[in-house]
Design a protein around this ligand. Structure first.
Ligand code: FE2
Ligand code: FE2
Length: 297
């Protein structure tokens, strides 16, 4: 057995290590996403990549059997989820996951300082991070369109839930950093499961399977970097708290998206989150992503 290349994301780090890692991440993120286009909440390289996908579309060989089932259940589950086919569940679940992300970042974008008012490296990182999340929402939209779903609307959550999401970024760091980190970790766990599901459900759709993976990879590569970056905000006590939060957070969040429990083993997802150490990720992702120095063996 070869020894593992990477260590647990919950590995300890000194204050000095974290400071150096912020500097290093800031270098990475500027190359990775390209120029920030603040008015459009976008990044130049990511915009070009999405443009490429849009200019070279692929289509399902066999259109979705029951798109009405998607449109009936995508904002809110109206049918018994057990009565829906796995393809519909996958697609409505993707919409719901992306919708939560979209609501969260809309709330945060207006609250955190813009780039002109970001002086600390952490603030600059957070501004670019949010722009990346807007790109993820656009990539999800493109995944659904690739499956022929071009009548999707992005519907806000209930006013109460929208308000809660808006308050979140106003919290002080010691309260906000641990849930923000665990949320990123949950994203990576979900995307890894989704990636495998593409293989299962799109056996007879090679073009769309490849395209959905390309679109999802763009997101996952960022999200792996976000996991390390958000971990880097957290000191020793916060790291212990974070590990304890994995189970309740995953449980609570996925309770709101019934598709996830239908498609995946949530208990195993929690275990994967608690054990996350970057070693399961393919090399092509690692090469384009970012891992804190103290998580390298
Ligand atoms: Fe994201
Ligand atoms: Fe993220």
């Amino acid at each position: 057995m070869t020894s593992a290349k990477y260590l647990s994301v919950f590995s300890p780090a000194t204050k000095q290590e974290r400071k150096e890692n912020f500097e290093n991440y800031w270098e990475f993120t500027q190359h990775h996403g390209g120029e920030l286009i603040e008015d459009d909440r976008d990044l130049a390289k990511k915009r070009a990549r999405l443009q490429y996908f849009k200019e070279n579309p692929v289509k399902l060989r066999t259109p979705l059997a029951d798109p009405d089932a998607f449109y009936r259940n995508y904002v809110e589950m109206k049918d018994d989820p057990a009565s829906l086919d796995r393809m519909t569940l996958m697609l409505t679940g993707m919409y719901k996951f992306a919708r939560h992300e979209w609501v969260g970042i809309k709330g945060a974008w207006d609250v955190v300082p813009d780039m002109a008012n970001s002086h600390a490296v952490e603030d600059k990182i957070s501004r670019v991070h949010l722009a990346e999340e807007f790109c993820h929402w656009r990539l999800f939209d493109e995944m659904l369109r690739t499956c022929g779903l071009d009548r999707i609307e992005w519907v806000p959550l209930s006013p109460v839930k929208e308000w809660i999401y808006e308050q979140f970024p106003k919290f002080p760091g010691f309260l906000m950093d641990t849930p923000a980190f665990v949320t990123e970790l949950m994203g990576v766990t979900y995307y890894c499961y989704l990636h495998q599901l593409f293989d299962e459900l799109l056996v007879d759709e090679p073009e769309v399977r490849v395209r959905l993976k390309e679109l999802l990879d763009e997101i996952t590569i960022d999200e792996v970097a976000h996991v390390g970056q958000r971990r880097n905000f957290i000191g020793p006590i916060g790291m212990k708290v974070s590990k304890l939060l994995v189970k309740p957070f995953y449980t609570m969040f996925f309770a709101d998206i019934p598709e996830v429990g239908q498609l995946f083993d949530i208990k195993q997802m929690i275990k994967d989150g608690e054990a996350f150490d970057f070693n399961q990720l393919p090399d092509y992702m690692i090469e384009r992503s970012w891992i804190p120095s103290y998580c390298k063996a």
